[in-house]
Design a protein around this ligand. Sequence first.
Ligand code: PHE
Length: 386
Amino acid sequence: MRRFIRIVTTVSVLFLSVSCTKNSGQTPSQIAAALTEIRIGQFGSMTGGEATFGQSTDKGIRLAIDAKNASGGIKGKKIVLITEDNQGKPDEASAVVKKLITQDNVLAVLGEVASTRSLAAAPIAQKNKIPMISPSSTNPKVTKVGDYIFRVCFIDPFQGSVMARFANDNLKVKKVAILKDLKSDYSLGLAEFFSAKFKELGGEIVSEQNFQTGDSDFKGQLTRIRSSNPDALFIPAYYTEVGLIARQARQLGIKAVLLGGDGWDSPKLFEIGETAINGAYFSNHYATESNNLATQNFIKNFKAKYNHTPDGLAAAGYDAAMILINAIETAPELTPEAIRNQIAATKNYDGATGKITINGERNADKDAFIVKVDGKGLKFITLLGP
Ligand code: PHE
């Protein structure tokens, strides 16, 4: 039997090196299970307008994996992380995930941050029965792709209603304008969920304007928003566009308080938004001020390795990797199916972003941190639950 396994492994590696696994007669998951090392794939935006998302996530994942390898790996096997850059493009996301699964023979995939790219890749992981864990994609559609697709974060119906409640209850805002990104599933969903809850609470959406990822001139939309005279402007988008929108809004004399979601979380937000972003609020997966011991340990270890404070993406990446590592470790055998079942069984994992239990929809029910932009940093305001 042992000899047989060794032969299978050698044969797999051979096929791998000429990258023609298709002809081996084995499925990608069979090949992955027979390897002498544990290969995990990560796909993310390492470059492009959302580069800090991929880079931070990768750092968080590596922190978890390096620590595990330093203590001997899993069941005597070393974990090897293969990171693929999708340049922030959905087409690239599906191409690199196909490569990770069919050529690199990874046992599981971590990613993506942006919901649109998770949605582009999830059908490939599902079809090949390779578990995929998104650290931070919040659009509800992502995990609905199938039973191999998980996330370790909350979803946007919750995040949208949290921001609507915060605007209504805490800021006492009555009239809100929305500026959303037509190219982003995240943006469209969050705008819709925010709007529904805000109206239910008695508020009014006075203007709803659109843009597309990559745009840099928002003056037309902002001029229309200005004439609707909102108390707040909700921008469910990513940091590059948010920073530019904030600056142009202030240039046009818009005084409304700026509100957003987790997509704002980036050290680049302060650089791009400059002083225009100061005083804005957004919901997030984590706050550095959290007194949770797991969060503080994570921050300490992250700083020791990388010499800077981690953002929420790094924390979510770390949690996704830890949950995967725990699942691989407790799986009765090293197959994608057994690992999938262990991920699904995750209960009360004490993560950097809070306690994580994977629910029946393969999402995590967690609280949201409301933070305020305060100069070049973020200030924790409050924690909101369901
Ligand atoms: N939640 C966003 C999405 O689904 C991604 C994101 C998460 C961005 C956390 C920044 C921080 O697209």
